[in-house]
Design a protein around this ligand. Sequence first.
Ligand SMILES: [Zn+2]
Length: 356
Amino acid sequence: MCEIKRRDKFFISVSVSVFILIFVLVPMETTHPKRSLALAAASAPEEPETAPFLGVVDPLRPYDSKRLYEDTRTLARFYPEALSVTSIGQSVLGKEIPLLKLGRGERHVLWVGALHAREVMTCAYLLLMAEEYANAYCTSAPYDTYAADKVQWLLDEFTVYLVPMANPDGVDVVTAKGSACVPINTRETWKANANGVNLNRNFPFDWESNTYDGFPNNYLNNKGPSPASEPETLALIALSESEDFEFLVSCHCSGQVLYWRDNKNGVVPGDEFLAQTISGLTGYTMLPSTKIALNGWAGGLENWFRCQYNRPAICLELGLLDTADAVTMAKFYSAEMLNWSVNKNMIWEVLCKISN
Ligand SMILES: [Zn+2]
């Protein structure tokens, strides 16, 4: 008799637990950031390749412009105190180029991703940092070794402008069978925008020195018909002109190195400090000052930014592979690619160092 009662109690207790799990906790995960953080932390696996995500940004699924649009809106809805979303303009094919503003501070800094289409992993990298940082801010939680009060202070002091996908048409060619205005050769290695222009060769900085003018290759080194001929280039220029950015970091994929100075601009105040800060965190090599225009500084975003504002601008080559095939994309968290366990602190670390 006593045994039966115990069994009944056990079944009742299991039923109640299952009810709570299904009808109370699971719905909370999609609507309550703090709960989401706790669940993610509790289920954290040891293998970084399968690390959890808080609920919005899944970096193992390659981004396209549509999912970026949806996820940026969701993030802004989840974390209105920390994040807002707007647009810096439209691509050749009329797709929005989203801008996330993370933080509420008066000091502004700019991070750009996926200027090169196949390096779309940089989009997920910036978005995942945005989600985790906003979550830490909104839940008054510490982040890795950064104390909760430091997290609060940094996002009250700075606003981090994030353009996670500067080239949405190009990314869609790679990950969503998107179209272009020129013939598409190999989707997985496509770098250019829909006009076949390499946007990092299109900025109005010594553009003429790129002697690949008229080069028939439509996806690698085509600098475009004139400086700033592309709407994506113009959108980034307009954003830079409208804000007083202290520095720019443009994220690319391949090499685990930093391009931080070029011979055409020479020394820019603070350039070495910013490069050393990122190199100190990541272990990436600071390359010597770029010595040639061709495939060097001609038409480059960061080179143009240095010239225009006399402020630091870095081309940050994350990871070792710059293809966007499924095998590479699955390596997001690994040391070979985004090295998430270290590089997730990138923006905190830079803001801490420049605020000291
Ligand atoms: Zn690149």
